[in-house]
Design a binder for this molecule. Structure first.
Ligand SMILES: [Fe+2]
Ligand SMILES: [Fe+2]
Length: 186
């Protein structure tokens, strides 16, 4: 099964589109996190299958699989931290703002602390994706590549594109606005 990518228009960052940050955290979970959770097992299975059909390009494919599996493990852990720690606190800040009440105490001091950790995770994930791009020559199928090979690379390219949109939305819209929200309520 091919994981369907979230609609790119719906994922385009636009601050006016998110009057309440809890709508944005919900959007990220419902589109990008859901897509990552569907695509990771599907692409991993495709890579296992491709590697098992050994060909001249197998060494690169094995490396691609190794990096992708490691990236997947990191992303599962990363999304869990966002969904269990950072996003719920952003939702609480947004709720306090809505109700004009005092923000709840956070378990991690300023929100800048978990935000910095998430940004570091993003940087690492994007570095790994960059290595995938290099190893596959920008996801181009080798001359002797099969239809399965082509399909797998196009799924990887879609995964790469979604991760760029996902991390950009968090780094350039969600996190700066959450920091502003916290500042404004201090
Ligand atoms: Fe995320
Ligand atoms: Fe993230």
């Amino acid at each position: 099964m091919t994981a369907r990518q979230p609609d790119s228009e719906a994922a385009t960052p636009s601050p006016e589109q998110w009057p309440d940050l809890s709508l944005l955290t919900r959007h990220i979970i419902d589109t990008h996190h859901r897509y990552v959770r569907t695509a990771l097992p599907s692409i991993t299975a495709s890579l296992h299958q491709l590697v098992s059909q050994a060909s001249a390009s197998a060494p690169e494919l094995m490396r691609v699989r190794e990096i992708f599996v490691a990236l997947g493990e990191e992303l599962y852990a990363h999304m869990a931290k966002e969904e269990q720690i950072l996003f719920p606190y952003i939702d609480e800040l947004a709720g306090a703002k809505r109700q004009g009440s005092t923000p709840p105490p956070s378990p991690f001091g300023t929100i800048a602390n978990p935000v910095r950790m998430m940004e570091e995770d993003h940087e690492q994930a994007l570095e790994q994706v960059q290595r995938l791009r290099e190893l596959t020559n920008d996801y181009s199928t080798p001359a002797d590549g099969t239809a399965d090979h082509r399909r797998c690379l196009s799924e990887l390219a879609a995964f790469d594109a979604d991760l760029q949109r996902h991390t950009t939305l968090e780094n350039t819209v969600l996190f700066p606005r959450a920091l502003d929200l916290e500042d404004g309520m201090a």
